[in-house]
Design a protein around this ligand. Structure first.
Ligand code: SF4
Length: 212
């Protein structure tokens, strides 16, 4: 059984798929406590569901794109057969992970969005650096950036640790903490080949709205 916080149909708010309709499967529990975490309700709240029940709930939305998120979805071992089942059902499957758990058991066809935690998160000592050598060309790397120190950390990680295959590098300002314009100006000044992204679900709805 999986412990599921929520399953909902919304607009993908981040990554290169931003704007696409997507079904989100949010799994319960996380072993990090990022200072700016916007889903603390997923730490403990949830209900038990079988893989069959989760797949049916996803299929009922009739949406080809599915994202497994959390919390930290890789804490639950049944997430692996769940991803395989969704792929077998013809879905495009994305996985959003905090980057501190190994990604080597994730099915190759899954599009992984792997966080690198910056110092402002309070969890940068938990990064599992080997993940950056296990990325496929379709995988994306996300830095959530709270301030200039985080930006410089992310820029250094790009220069020193991201030499293998990977897809887009996402720079995401912490909502309400770092002005997106400031981050954009830093990126432009340094000619960084990254994608500045806003969490568009927080713009379409409100930052507090759940289930979107
Ligand atoms: S890894 Fe994600 S869910 Fe866990 S504390 Fe950090 S932001 Fe929140």
């Amino acid at each position: 059984m999986l412990t599921v916080n929520e399953i909902f149909h919304s607009i993908q708010g981040e990554s290169t798929r931003a704007g696409d309709p997507c079904v989100f499967v949010r799994l319960t529990a996380c072993d990090l406590r990022c200072t700016w975490c916007d889903t603390p309700y997923a730490f403990h709240e949830g209900r038990k569901m079988s893989i069959d029940e989760v797949v049916k709930a996803v299929d009922d939305y009739g949406c080809p794109l599915v994202e497994i998120t959390g919390g930290e979805p890789l804490l639950q071992d049944e997430v692996y057969p769940l991803m395989s089942r969704l792929l077998e059902g013809g879905h495009t499957v994305m996985l959003e992970t905090g980057g501190h758990r190994p990604i080597d058991r994730v099915p190759a066809a899954v599009i992984k969005v792997v966080d690198v935690k910056c110092p402002g998160s309070g969890e940068s000592d938990k990064n599992h650096w080997a993940n950056l050598d296990a990325l496929a060309p379709h995988d994306e790397v996300k830095f959530v950036i709270a301030d200039r120190a985080d930006y410089e950390f992310a820029r250094d990680v790009m220069a020193t640790r991201l030499s293998g295959p990977h897809g887009a590098i996402l720079f995401s300002p912490v909502h309400g903490m770092l002005d997106p314009k400031t981050l954009s100006e830093w990126v432009l000044a340094d000619r960084l080949p990254v994608r500045v992204q806003l969490q568009i679900h927080k713009i379409i709805w409100t930052p507090e709205t759940r289930g979107v």
